[in-house]
Structures are given as structure tokens and as C-alpha cells.
Design a protein around this ligand. Structure first.
Ligand code: ADP
Ligand code: MG
Length: 466
């Protein structure tokens, strides 16, 4: 029996014995990494699956394995099985369309190799580029790989493909970083190229200024002279008719001349209110790529990258703590990290989990509150105890359901600060006295039940996954 066959057999057993939701959540993308004597090492996609398998399913997995390999009696999980080329090779595509685009980009990149070997030089044209940003310092993950690939391709062959490129996504997710890096790299590859990076806000202010000084024509000429125009935060155009008008003409001129235009926005063109249809259709007419929130592994990679840039190291568990708890945007993550690095460089000591917990408690609690909801709490508690959300809010009174229900009550109070009547209402219209009873029961039990304390801590860490 090969390891693969063994794992298939184990998966078959597990699938029968746990809920479908748990099975797909925790066992998809797992495989056997190796077996040494009595130890089974399983590859899992992330730290959550690792903890979940090691804590909750360990006995069941080992029981299943022992049917085939009696000697195995311990289990350990290791995160990831990915080879590093995965990131740049862009294997995990969201859709066939994206896969095609990426294949295209790779082909173009290959054919551009000779071009990219040109002597790198600094581009001194008034470009507004900030040399702090580069592709090298950008961490590529599933959340941004399409945008990254498009930017690189454009830097190597501006105006040739994907014109305009429209990158959109929430704040602090790396749009400006990508735009600036594209400009920097294009300038490095071809020092004669005229590039300008400008935020839409600044563009608007300069335009207004030019109009007041009767220099609108000069303003426009300055722009149509460019080879690459990079406009950041174009959502700022919303409602600005005059700017839209001028911008449209600049856009058209550049486009007709085959010059590259790169745009970013905090939302997709169709969601920018009050912009002219003709502009919207231009924005949508090239390539659109979104950037999303990075997953846990990417967040860990980002932290490690920033640390190596700063030549500072912090313990792995602290890195994991930060990456696990700050997940809304990279800017916040970077902010927290900077604070830690500066503080501990000064003290010349190594930060511990306790130090970091204390230093980041504000940003972390904001992160949690931002998206923790009643239904997420119900669902994560339910998944842990294999009880359906309907059962938790339903009428059933078996022990199997009552305990998770009380734990939900506890979390609703503790994490969301709900009042007891609100908690009762959230749980299928129960009386507030039920909520009080449940809350007190759990609080009391936590005082001397260490296992339960551990379980609750674990469930709480899971909230963000839901
Ligand atoms: P946006 O323009 O989308 O609001 P930024 O590009 O300003 O976001 O990114 C915020 C901060 O996070 C910047 O300091 C940037 O360098 C950093 N950052 C964002 N994404 C990444 C990434 N994938 N790799 C490295 N740093 C990143
Ligand atoms: Mg930005």
C-alpha cells in the first residue's frame, strides 16, 4: 500500500465519521508527507488545519491508520507542501480566463527577455516614483498574483498588452506598491521612457490649478507626451465632471498612440458612482485585476520579508501571532510590525508573545470586531461540536446541543458585548434568563476545567476563518 493509498483509505474513514462541512474544511488539500517508524506526518495547507487535525482529529486519524499500519501511533502535521515556484508560476488560478491571461503573460515575458537585459539606469524624468517600492519587495500570493503578473508584463512591454490595466481592491492591499513598482521597473529596463505616477487627487488639483492659470493646454500636453501614465485611486474621479472630461481626452490620446495606462481604484469600475459611461467602458476595456486580502501563509511571508528588509528577527510564534490576528490589510500588519521592530531594536531584546499581545491589542481587537458576527460565532462553535447552526438556535434540549449553545451565549457576551436580551433574541427568541444562566454556567466551568478553557481559546482563534 502506498502512502497515497493509505491516506485515501483514511480519508474515506474520516468522511464517514464526521460532518461533511468539517471534512471538506479540514481534510481537503491534505496528504501524507511521510512516515517514519511510528510517526505519521501529514501535509496540511495552513496552521488552522494543523491545529485542528492535531488537536481534534488526532485519535480518529490514528485509529483509521492503524487498521492498515498497526505500528503508527503518533501524528504530526506540517504546513505546506508547495514548491516555491508555485508563487511565481501562478498555478492556482481563479478561473480559466485568468489562467489564459497568465499563460499569455508568461509567453510575452519570455519573448521579452532580451529587452529586459538592458543596462539598468535611473530614470530621472519627473516621474513622482518612489524607489522604496519594487517587485522584489512585493510578496506574491493567491490574492494578488494576477495583478502582479500583469504589472510585470506591462513593465517589460508597456503599451503592448493589457491596455489599460485596471487594478482594484480594498485599502492597504498593495495597489500603490504594485503601481509604483511597475513604474520603477519599467524605468530601470528602459531609462529613456517617460513615466509619470500621479494620484487622481493630485491630478485633479493640478488640473484645477492649470485651468485657473489658463494653462490647461500645457497641462494636457504634458500628459500626452508620456509613455506610461500611472493613475492611482481613480475612484476620486467620482462626481468631478470637469476632471473626468479632461481626463477622458488625455486617456484617449494616450490610448490612440499606444501608450500604456495603468489605473487603480478601491472598487471595480462598475461600482464607482457618478462616472461617465464612456470612461467606465474605457476602464473596463483593457484588463482588470483585483487584489484581495492575503491568506495566512501570505501574511506570514509578508512579515518575514519585511523583517529581513529591516534586518531584524522575531520568534516564529510571534510572527504567527501577528499574521493570525491582523488580517484585514497589509498596512495595518506592517504598522504593527514596525512598532515592534522599533521598540525591540531600542531595547535590544527579543519580543515575546506577551509583549506583542500587549502592544497590538488595539489593532487586534478592531480586527476582530470588524467582521465577527453572531452567525460566525454560531457556525464556528457548531463546527467544533458537530452541531448544526439550526440546532443551536432551535428548540432541542439534548446535552449535545445545550452545551454548544451555552458556549455561543458566552461568546456573544464576551466577544460582541451583546446584552442578555439581545443574546436571547439572536438564539431563536429565547428568554434573557436563559442567556444569563448559560453565560454563568460557562464562566463557572471555565474556572476549573482546563480542557474547556483550551477548547474555547481554540474556537476563538478560529472565528476569523469563518
Ligand atoms: P493600497 O494602495 O492598496 O492601499 P499599499 O500599496 O499602499 O496599499 O500597501 C500598504 C502597505 O503594505 C505598503 O507599505 C506596502 O508596501 C505593503 N504591502 C501591501 N501588499 C504587500 C505585499 N504583497 N508584499 C509586501 N508588501 C505589501
Ligand atoms: Mg494606494
Amino acid at each position: 500500500m502506498t502512502n497515497e493509498e493509505l491516506w485515501q483509505a483514511v480519508l474515506g474513514e474520516m468522511e464517514l465519521s464526521i460532518s461533511k462541512a468539517s471534512f471538506t474544511t479540514w481534510f481537503k488539500s491534505t496528504s501524507i508527507f511521510g512516515i517514519t517508524e511510528n510517526l505519521l506526518v501529514v501535509s496540511v495547507p495552513n496552521i488552522f488545519a494543523k491545529e485542528w487535525l492535531e488537536k481534534k482529529y488526532k485519535t480518529q486519524i490514528i485509529d483509521a491508520v492503524q487498521q492498515y499500519r498497526r505500528e503508527i501511533n503518533t501524528l504530526s502535521c506540517r504546513i505546506g507542501n508547495s514548491d516555491p515556484s508555485d508563487l511565481n508560476g501562478i498555478k492556482k488560478q481563479k478561473s480559466d480566463h485568468n489562467a489564459n491571461v497568465v499563460a499569455d503573460i508568461k509567453r510575452i515575458n519570455n519573448s521579452q527577455r532580451s529587452f529586459s537585459k538592458q543596462q539598468p539606469q535611473r530614470n530621472t524624468y519627473k516621474s513622482n516614483l518612489n524607489s522604496r517600492y519594487s517587485f522584489d519587495s512585493f510578496v506574491v500570493g493567491g490574492n494578488n498574483e494576477l495583478a502582479y503578473a500583469a504589472c510585470r508584463s506591462i513593465a517589460e512591454a508597456p503599451g503592448k498588452n493589457y491596455n489599460p490595466l485596471f487594478i482594484y481592491g480594498g485599502v492597504g492591499l498593495g495597489k500603490t506598491h504594485l503601481l509604483q513598482s511597475t513604474g520603477n521597473y519599467a524605468g530601470k529596463l528602459n531609462p529613456n521612457i517617460k513615466i509619470r505616477y500621479v494620484s487622481m487627487e493630485r491630478f485633479t488639483n493640478e488640473l484645477v490649478d492649470a485651468i485657473q492659470k489658463s494653462r490647461a493646454k500645457e497641462f494636457k500636453n504634458n500628459y500626452i507626451d508620456l509613455d506610461i501614465l500611472i493613475l492611482d485611486d481613480v475612484q476620486f474621479l467620482a462626481g468631478k465632471e470637469k476632471t473626468q472630461e479632461e481626463f477622458f481626452h488625455i486617456f484617449e490620446s494616450l490610448y490612440q498612440l499606444g501608450k500604456q495606462i495603468i489605473l487603480s481604484s478601491d472598487r471595480a469600475p462598475k461600482s464607482i458612482p457618478t462616472i461617465e459611461d464612456r470612461l467606465r467602458s474605457r476602464f473596463e476595456g483593457g484588463m482588470m485585476a483585483d487584489v484581495n486580502k492575503p491568506d495566512l501563509e501570505t501574511r506570514i511571508a509578508i512579515i518575514n520579508k519585511k523583517l529581513s528588509e529591516k534586518n531584524f528577527s522575531i520568534p516564529e510564534n510571534v510572527v504567527e501571532y501577528l499574521a493570525t490576528n491582523i488580517y484585514h490589510n497589509v498596512r495595518e500588519l506592517e504598522g504593527a510590525l514596525n512598532k515592534i521592530v522599533v521598540t525591540f531594536q531600542l531595547r535590544n531584546t527579543t519580543p515575546t508573545i506577551e509583549d506583542v499581545t500587549e502592544m497590538t491589542k488595539d489593532v487586534i481587537s478592531i480586527n476582530r470586531q470588524k467582521d465577527l458576527t453572531v452567525s460566525k460565532i454560531i457556525k464556528s462553535v457548531g463546527d467544533f461540536y458537530d452541531v448544526k447552526p439550526e440546532e443551536i438556535v432551535g428548540k432541542a434540549r439534548q446535552k449535545k446541543v445545550v452545551k454548544p449553545r451555552q458556549i455561543v451565549i458566552y461568546f456573544l457576551r464576551q466577544e460582541l458585548n451583546l446584552s442578555f436580551p439581545e443574546i436571547g433574541k439572536s438564539l431563536g427568541g429565547r428568554d434573557h434568563s436563559t442567556a444569563i444562566y448559560g453565560y454563568e454556567k460557562v464562566t463557572k466551568e471555565l474556572e476549573n476545567n482546563l480542557l474547556m478553557k483550551d477548547q474555547l481559546k481554540f474556537i476563538k482563534e478560529k472565528f476569523i476563518e469563518y
